[in-house]
Design a protein around this ligand. Structure first.
Ligand code: ZN
Length: 382
């Protein structure tokens, strides 16, 4: 018996949506492309809704231009995520053939969402900022503006009292790295919980938090750049109001308040582990900073299984750091512990989860673990 399937429709006209329909003539195999970032050749992030699915029938999706993406090698070992309600996301069978990325779902509903990683919605961002700003001891300190005029809130937890350490955490400079704002939600949830560790930390330090550095790129479904096609994490030497106002805002606020520690939260497409990158290539790198980096890493290892120090980026040679990166620029300018924190799009292979892979929930738990780490480290920062 031949079953006639209903047509499948593809939609991405929503927050962080990204897909281009190539061919939906065969509902069993839908051909798609990922749309490049505006004014940029970068692409890897995808996020779309498929409607008209037939429950119990396997629908396959092919991203035909996957091999031309920014990090094509990263598709090896990667599994796409899907959701029926945009709340619970799970991995689906995925295969890369060297040209296209193929994934499939035998749905239990007639519609499903698919994405590169569990998206952090802008609506949730707005609720997060509102919730955080209402907490005792937390204030909305300043608001930057993106190229397209979106808010870039800077929160401060703590009273800004004299002599307190100033700990900065920023996230999602790269807009497709949604795990970075999930991480920030974990930090803020922990502050809200106000346990003894948080109280001890905030007695001696203030936390300066920018949960989303690149709201235009996130809204547009970009992987890497802002609305002008600029990679914000390559703009820390020449930030300007026209092309990279997001970075300029962060730099101005850091100059105003000072920095004793800087953490820049990201996602990495290729490496299936959580790791940090430091400032070893900076001209101003010292034994003091090296010891602080080591202490941060060993402490974070001791508080969570979701961190490790074996896998990561190759170390920069002395004096050879790329100073356009936030981590290096801030570490150099403020002579402080400064780290890029990378979370995987795939999974943390030291403690893998076959259902979710690395996820929003695990990113949040890592944010909480970083608070424990900061509490143990804060006295040694200066
Ligand atoms: Zn990044």
């Amino acid at each position: 018996m031949t079953v006639t399937l209903s047509p499948v429709s593809i939609d991405c006209a929503f927050d962080a949506g990204n897909i281009l329909l190539v061919d939906a003539g065969n509902p069993s195999r839908i051909h798609l492309n990922i749309r490049p970032d505006t004014h940029s050749g970068h692409f890897q992030w995808f996020h779309f809704k498929a409607s008209g699915l037939t429950p119990g029938h396997t629908h396959a999706f092919s991203l035909d231009n996957a091999s031309q993406s920014s990090y094509s090698a990263a598709w090896e070992g990667y599994q796409a995520v899907a959701s029926y309600d945009q709340q619970n996301w799970f991995r689906v069978p995925t295969r890369y053939d060297g040209k296209a990325l193929h994934f499939s779902l035998e749905p239990r509903e007639t519609q499903a969402w698919f994405a590169y990683f569990e998206p952090y919605p802008r609506a949730r961002h707005n609720q997060l900022i509102e919730r955080a700003s209402a907490l005792p001891g937390v204030e909305l300190l300043a608001t930057g503006r993106s190229v397209e005029g979106r808010d870039i809130p800077l929160l401060r937890a703590g009273d800004g009292g004299a002599g307190k350490r100033k700990l900065w955490i920023i996230a999602q400079q790269h807009p497709g790295e949604h795990m970075a704002e999930w991480f920030m939600e974990g930090v803020i949830d922990r502050i809200q919980g106000n346990d003894a560790t948080v109280q001890a930390l905030l007695a001696v330090a203030d936390l300066y938090l920018i949960p989303n550095m690149n709201p235009d790129g996130a809204a547009a479904g970009h992987l890497r750049t802002n609305a002008r096609g600029k990679d914000l994490n390559r703009a820390w030497q020449d930030a300007n109001i026209e092309h990279t106002p997001e970075v300029l805002f962060a730099q101005q606020q850091m100059k105003l308040y000072g920095v004793d520690l800087f953490l820049d939260a990201h996602g990495d497409e290729e490496i299936p582990h959580v790791f940090t990158a430091g400032c070893e290539g900076n001209p101003g790198y010292t034994d003091r900073i090296a010891a602080l980096e080591e202490r941060f890493r060993s402490t974070l290892c001791s508080v969570t299984r979701d961190f490790q120090t074996t896998h990561g980026y190759p170390r920069s040679k002395p004096g050879q750091a790329n100073m356009t990166l936030a981590c290096n620029a801030v570490g150099q300018a403020h002579d402080c512990l400064s780290l890029t924190l990378e979370m995987p799009f795939k999974d943390h292979d030291d403690a893998p989860d076959a259902v979710t892979g690395w996820s929003g929930e695990r990113s949040k738990a890592l944010g909480s673990a970083v608070i424990d780490t900061l509490a143990k480290l804060v006295a040694a920062l200066r």
